[in-house]
Write a protein that binds this ligand. Structure first.
Ligand code: FAD
Length: 489
């Protein structure tokens, strides 16, 4: 057998998604730090341009034949199984997502380690963004990610009707969802979208610095396992075009996303010892909470028919926050938003933003190319079921009010109203969480008990924030790069 080829770096970042792109770009700001970024999926073409479906914020390229995603079998409840998607392209899930880019709320960070209070994380939110609409102390000015809202004048009809119905019912307006006092109300969502173009983190952070001689980006390259010397990470084994090689580095940062990062850790011998040993993987360190206790936002849809023109738009222009619910008036039916889906009806989504359910990711094979199984355990608690039902009641009231201005037919549900329309927001978080007792990671994102190995993606969140996770993911990646650079000086 020929020896496996090896290359050397100071930092290897695994996964060029929403977080990995940020970590690699920031780490390579130090010209003495040699950074390798490996990404399973493709990148933009050689002239640096992405195809229209990755750029066009009016569509999510996650349909059945999309080449830009991985799909996973997910059990939402023991009876309900769905296929969920994650981005598999330079830019990751943020390259195929809804473009809704709102920060976690200050109280979300109460569940994080003490060194992650809102005051601690605010500078990293600020440095990640340039707010094109709102200035002031809460908004960034020089960061790579643009933040903009859809002005009222160009919002589509359903958004306007929904907004007016909410105001008629006495919900307050919420003009700035990134203001830390934003809590309840209806308002325009911050979007990482400019002129209808979705700006992913690879486009914002990596493509402009590809000229750096200390940064190598390898697309269509998949990490198979982290390499160890005892309990010290020494690099990563990767495969490209069927050829296996090694990247040796004293710092390994896993940014493979909240499904693949725990899978990769377990395949590398770090995880629940019984589970990984059963599959024949030699155990490096027993870490019972790898892949365990993740959280997400269940969503239940209310479908309707209304004579409204189709106007291409970002999937969400406004949302209503009330209690721990996010009520989402999608701008079009999902078949219009996601190419390749069968024709369907538009819907209002009820997202439960603080849910009791905790899920698990488990391996089914020691083969890295075989996807793990994702179990959500949605709506098991009476509290969660009541909260979603309360959201559905609010939607019924909103649609009743809206129907006084515009004809609308709410479609009957066959079967259990919660379960038959149950979905997930695809905000999976916390599958290798930071924390004290059960934490897989310490509060500087290092895998506890292992040297030289960090996790910097939404797996690291102690719990999913009560808002969409994308902006919080980018903040975490900014901070991870800061930790990395401090550890190198
Ligand atoms: C369809 C969809 C819509 C969404 N809409 C929104 C929204 O509007 N607002 C919001 O806030 N959030 C949204 N989200 C969630 C948000 O996009 C994600 O939470 C966020 O992008 C996750 O970032 P990440 O860096 O943790 O993972 P990802 O961005 O998924 O990045 C992981 C990367 O690692 C790569 N990878 C995986 N395994 C390997 C390996 N072994 N070797 C090399 N590379 C590997 C993957 O290909 C991927 O590019 C959405 C998600 C989806 C899927």
């Amino acid at each position: 057998m020929s020896p496996v080829e090896a290359s050397y770096a100071d930092v290897i970042v695994v996964g060029g998604g929403s977080c990995g792109a940020v970590v690699a770009s920031r780490a390579s700001e130090n010209p003495d730090c040699r950074v390798v970024l490996v990404e399973s999926g493709p990148g933009p073409s050689s002239d640096g341009t992405y195809p229209p479906e990755i750029i066009d914020a009016h569509v999510l390229p996650v349909g059945p034949s999309s080449p830009w995603i991985s799909t996973y079998r997910a059990e939402l409840t023991p009876e309900i199984t769905r296929w969920i998607s994650r981005g598999r392209v330079l830019g990751g899930s943020g390259a195929v997502n809804g473009g809704y880019f709102v920060r976690g709320r200050p109280r979300d960070f109460d569940a994080w380690p003490a060194s992650w209070s809102f005051d601690d994380v605010l500078p990293f939110f600020l440095q990640s963004e340039t707010d094109l609409d709102i200035s002031g102390e809460w908004h960034g000015r020089g960061g790579p990610m643009p933040v903009a809202r859809t002005p009222r004048g160009v919002q589509n009809e359903i958004t306007k009707l929904f907004h007016d119905a909410a105001i008629t019912l006495g919900y307050p307006g919420d003009p700035d969802m990134n203001d830390p006092t934003s809590a309840c109300g209806i308002g325009a969502v911050p979007l990482n979208v400019v002129d209808g173009r979705r700006v992913n983190t690879a486009a914002a952070y990596v493509l402009p610095v590809l000229y750096r001689s200390n940064l190598d980006v390898f697309t269509e390259t998949t990490a198979l396992a982290v390499l160890f010397d005892g309990t010290r990470a020494t690099g990563v084994e990767v495969v490209r075009n069927g050829r296996v090689s090694r990247v040796i580095a004293p710092s390994v940062v896993l940014c493979a996303g909240a499904v693949r990062t725990p899978q990769l850790l377990m395949l590398s011998g770090v995880g629940p010892a019984d589970h990984i040993a059963e599959l024949g993987v030699p155990v490096v360190l027993d870490h019972p909470f790898v892949g365990r206790e993740f959280s997400d936002h269940p969503e239940v849809g209310v479908h309707y028919r209304a004579p409204l023109p189709f106007e291409p738009a970002s999937p969400l222009q406004e949302v209503l926050h009330v209690d721990d619910l996010e009520i989402r008036p999608y701008t079009a039916a999902f078949d219009r938003l996601i190419p390749g889906l069968p024709i369907g009806d538009p819907m209002i989504g009820v997202g439960l933003m603080r849910s009791d359910s905790r899920g698990d990711i488990t391996l089914v094979s020691a083969d890295p190319m075989v996807a793990p199984i994702v179990k959500y355990r949605y709506l098991e608690s009476v509290g969660d079921r009541r909260a979603v039902q309360a959201g559905l009641d609010r939607v019924a009231e909103l649609l009743g009010t809206l129907s006084r201005r515009h004809p609308i037919e709410v479609l009957e549900v066959r079967g259990d109203p919660l379960l038959s329309r149950l979905g997930t927001s695809l905000h999976l978080s916390g599958s290798c969480a930071m924390g004290n007792d059960n934490g897989v990671l310490d509060d500087r994102l290092h895998v506890q008990g292992i040297e030289g190995l960090m996790v910097a993606d939404t797996s690291a969140f102690p719990v999913v924030p009560t808002r969409g996770p994308h902006a919080t993911a980018v903040m975490l990646a900014e901070r991870a790069a800061d930790f990395l650079s401090a550890s190198m000086t």
